[in-house]
Design a protein around this ligand. Structure first.
Ligand SMILES: O=C(O)CCC(=O)C(=O)O
Ligand SMILES: [Fe+2]
Length: 405
């Protein structure tokens, strides 16, 4: 099979009929029941979202543990013959859609099925780096863009509608990093009627290319199985640094404000790792990737960078633009989750929504602690007064990303 895709020529979303190019792949035989056999009894987190016609944000969902077969039986409304009923059964599929929380193949399959090969399509990627997406009808992935890589998506079973927007649409998408999740910038806008939106219905057997930093909101039209892989791009190392900065800030502010700023997946990761210092560690790794050698980053370095006049200026301007009003993000989600719980039948006990108290207590206090323990008076880190915009220097130029090999 020759090379069919020249990645460097790709600048806008594109669709190919992959099944026509690689008709021999066993992947095309996958159905929900074959996938269940391949996945066995392994337990997954199923992300449930209300079917209320609204757009949802990442943390607007409930996580419930279930095997792939339990999940499939649930959305197909097959009668359960098990003694120990799966907790999914507390949620009606009439009111909730669900998808298995996406994971890399090597965290998904006990034995990775070699039922396809990216290289047959000319895509230089390993099957073990693929990610599985398995969702019920109407399950959706909130509007976001992926900070790393360029994305190749194979629709295996069912169809999905992709709403895609170019990076130039960013200001209209209301971008935010809250809840912070590594590699996802969320959008709070409804992209479906944007003048630049590209709506693509991806059918089984097709391959979609999503260029770097393109926004996407994705809805399953029926039960859907897809797999994707991200190929690295030149900007990844610098993006990694930005991710590490975002993580360090969110982690630290979450610890000191008590707000939920990290996405659930990130909080669980912190807990698994015993919590503490993940933000600084991530910064060191990201910096080492860019400058080579071992980088060390102290909390004081981070404080110094964040309190640099340009950054403080940018923050002040954003606060000014917001008008300082409105409910905090954290409490907004809590209200949404409470609204969502109205859909639950009476008998359900635990609802899968982690309560604030069940979350591990503050992870690390990067900024506040070092400052509080400093002997220097607060003026040492005082911020410049907010002057009219014309008095301010423009932000510094972005460093040019360098690829590390
Ligand atoms: O298929 C989906 O629901 C979302 C996929 C996605 O966000 C991605 O491949 O980057
Ligand atoms: Fe994505």
């Amino acid at each position: 099979m020759g090379e069919v895709i020249n990645e460097s020529c790709l600048v806008s979303p594109q669709v190919w009929d992959a099944k026509d190019i690689c008709p021999h792949w066993a992947l095309w035989n996958w159905t929900p029941s074959i996938l269940c056999q391949l996945l066995g009894n392994r337990s997954f987190q199923v992300r449930l979202t209300t079917l209320d016609g609204q757009l949802h944000e990442e943390d607007d969902s409930v996580l419930v543990e279930a095997s792939a077969s339990e999940f499939t039986d649930w959305f197909q409304e097959a009668p359960s013959n098990r003694q120990d009923e799966c907790r999914l059964r507390s949620y009606s599929p009439k009111f909730f859609s669900g998808c298995i929380n996406y994971k890399y193949f090597d965290q998904t399959f006990q034995t990775i099925p070699s039922h396809f090969n990216w290289r047959d399509l000319g895509i230089q990627a390993n099957i073990s780096d693929s990610v599985l997406w398995y969702g019920s009808p109407a399950s959706s992935t909130p509007l976001h863009f992926d900070t790393y890589g360029q994305n190749f998506v194979l629709q295996v079973f069912g169809s999905k509608t992709w709403y895609l927007l170019p990076p130039s649409a960013t200001p209209r998408m209301s971008p935010t990093r809250i809840p912070f999740e590594e590699s996802s910038v969320w959008g709070r806008a409804d992209p479906r009627n944007d003048p630049e939106v590209k709506r693509i219905r991806l059918e089984a057997g097709q391959l979609l290319f999503v260029p770097p930093k393109w926004w996407h909101f994705v809805v399953a039209n029926e039960p859907s199985i897809s797999v994707n892989v991200w190929r690295p791009v030149e900007s990844d190392p610098f993006e990694r640094l930005k991710e590490a900065v975002g993580r360090a800030v969110a982690e630290s502010l979450a610890a000191t404000s008590g707000e939920v700023l990290l996405a659930r997946s990130e909080r669980e990761e912190e807990e698994e790792e015993g919590g503490g210092g993940a933000g600084l560690k991530a910064l060191e790794i990201a910096l080492s990737g860019l400058v080579g050698g071992d980088a060390t980053v102290s909390a004081a370095d981070v404080v110094d960078a964040i309190l640099s006049p340009e950054v403080v200026d940018g923050i002040a301007r954003r606060l000014l633009a917001r008008g300082g009003g409105g409910r905090s993000e954290g409490s907004k989600w809590k209200v949404r989750l409470q609204q969502m719980n109205r859909f639950l039948p009476q008998r359900s006990g635990g609802r899968g929504v982690p309560s604030r108290s069940s979350l591990k207590a503050p992870i690390v206090s990067l900024f506040i602690k070092p400052l509080a323990s400093q002997t220097a008076p607060p003026q040492a880190v005082c911020t410049p007064p907010l002057l009219p915009s014309t008095h301010h220097a423009s932000p510094p130029p972005q460093p040019t990303p360098r690829l590390t090999k």
